[in-house]
Design a protein around this ligand. Structure first.
Ligand code: SAH
Length: 221
């Protein structure tokens, strides 16, 4: 438990257990994912004014016009990524660090997370939160994630937390054979979650459920 975060009930095991129960009802079946989400404080990733709502099933503002992803989406994307293999994923590239909550979940389930964010102050806060949680197997890059992070490629998994109109070519190039990318594609109210698997001969695409993400923007801020 992190100092100063006790009290007022929002960290109570019951509040978190309710979130886990809801995730199970929504179809999340991976016990590994559920366990990690049960044990990761979500409220420390947001401003105090919103912390009491941290375990609700909703996206919430984190500043700079961005949102922390809703618990269901974090769980679903993580589960889709992990399903791809029976072993532990070694290297995962995350595009859109945001407040760092998804990063913290991934860091507990894979060997190393490489996380790219275009808004510097958001990424700075995320770093501080993960440091507080003693999650050290994460490297951060302030850049436009459309370029991926070629220096550490190829990746076994890529998770994209903002929606581009189409799959960025550079990200496809940075996947290992057998690797998986989970990414929302589309614009405005017309987005779909997709899972791309790289095979010996090319890429396989699965179109999954409709989603609502912030847009994938180019350039750095
Ligand atoms: N998983 C994060 C999601 C944050 S919202 C969380 O739960 O906090 C999506 C994030 O993607 C935002 O922080 C936004 O700045 C970032 N983003 C959008 N386009 C990007 C790009 N081209 N490169 C890197 N980050 C991007």
């Amino acid at each position: 438990m992190i100092e100063g975060m006790q009290g007022i009930g929002m960290t109570s095991p019951r509040t978190r257990e309710r979130m886990i129960k809801r995730l199970m009802e929504q179809g999340i079946g991976s016990l590994k994912v559920l366990d990690v989400m049960r044990n990761t404080p979500r409220h420390i990733f947001m401003d105090e004014a919103l912390a009491s709502r941290a375990y609700e099933d909703t996206a919430l503002p984190i500043g700079y016009n961005q949102t922390i992803s809703q618990p269901y989406i974090v769980a679903k994307m993580t589960e889709l990524l992990l399903e791809s293999t029976t072993g532990r994923l070694a290297k995962v590239l995350e595009i859109g660090t945001g407040c760092g909550y998804q990063t913290a979940i991934l860091a507990q389930l894979v060997d190393h997370v490489y996380s790219v964010e275009r808004i510097a102050p958001l990424q700075k806060k995320a770093k501080d939160h993960l440091w507080d949680l003693k999650l050290k197997n994460v490297s951060y890059l302030h850049n436009d994630g459309g370029w991926g992070w070629p220096e550490h490629a190829p990746y076994d998994g890529i998770l994209v937390a903002a929606a581009p109109p189409e799959i960025p070519e550079m990200l496809l190039q940075q996947m290992t054979v057998g690797g998986v990318m989970v990414i929302p594609i589309g614009s405005g109210g017309d987005q779909r979650l997709q899972r791309v698997t790289r095979t010996e001969s090319g890429y396989e695409l699965e179109e999954l459920e409709p989603v609502l993400f912030v847009p994938f923007l180019s350039g750095r801020k």
